[in-house]
Design a protein around this ligand. Structure first.
Ligand SMILES: C[S@@+](CC[C@H](N)C(=O)[O-])C[C@H]1O[C@@H](n2cnc3c(N)ncnc32)[C@H](O)[C@@H]1O
Length: 215
């Protein structure tokens, strides 16, 4: 038990210090199998099927894409986008995602960084990223700024549960209740916010889906 304590104490500034990037780089090879085993591929599919289907292929940006599972779920539900941009602080994660998806741009940048040559997007995706960041309000404002007015944000965010506490030992992430997430999205300038519960398995316990529009 004592050996686990240092993980509890990991500073939330890990995202800035580069420690988080190193952890995710090391996890990249097994990430897709891991989240599949835990039921996140099915959960992401469920969330994307509940999102509005665009009438013409939109531009899509997946922030903190990991191995691309969230973007893949969007494509499976709605078809190939007009352009697909991926960002992640982990080059190893991005590399896996870029081999799996019809990528237009893959950017090794973090939330809050300057994004060059990317117009305001129709759709922004972001699964299990803001809970890693010291300032989730600033992160949501940055996500908003990547969208055109009326554009759609689709998110999954960790929620409090004893299982989430176990995950926190390894990854150092925070967790937000649906009420907290709703309040943060509203404060960041999103409207038409809907919360979507996942129906089964670990995702139903540790995560929650959200769909919102930039005002
Ligand atoms: C829990 S994983 C989720 C990956 C993917 N979205 C998924 O659902 O499978 C978090 C991802 O966010 C990335 N990440 C962490 N901090 C970030 C930041 N500040 N900006 C962008 N990506 C970040 C990590 O490298 C990792 O790939």
């Amino acid at each position: 038990m004592l050996r686990l304590l240092p993980r509890f104490d990991r500073p939330r500034s890990a995202a800035q210090s580069g420690a988080l990037q190193a952890i995710y780089d090391a996890a990249a090879t097994g990430w897709q199998d891991g989240i599949s085993r835990l039921g996140f591929i099915d959960a992401y599919a469920q969330l994307m099927r509940s999102a509005p289907s665009p009438t013409t292929p939109p531009t899509v940006l997946d922030v903190g894409t990991g191995t691309g599972a969230f973007a893949q779920a969007w494509i499976d539900a709605h078809g190939t986008p007009a352009a697909l941009a991926l960002t992640d602080i982990s080059p190893a994660m991005l590399q896996v995602a870029a081999t799996r998806l019809p990528v237009t741009q893959a950017l090794a940048i973090g939330v809050g960084d300057e994004v060059a040559h990317l117009p305001p997007q129709d759709i922004v995706l972001c699964a299990h990223v803001i809970e890693h960041l010291d300032d989730p309000h600033a992160a949501l404002a940055w996500l908003r700024d990547q969208l055109r007015p009326g554009g759609t944000l689709i998110m999954a965010i960790s929620k409090p549960h004893w299982c989430t506490a176990l995950v926190r030992w390894r990854w150092g992430n925070a967790a937000y209740t649906p009420d907290q997430a709703h309040a943060m999205l509203t404060a960041a300038g999103f409207t038409a916010i809907t919360a979507r519960a996942f129906t089964g398995g670990p995702p139903s316990r540790v995560s929650h889906g959200y769909i919102a529009q930039r005002a």
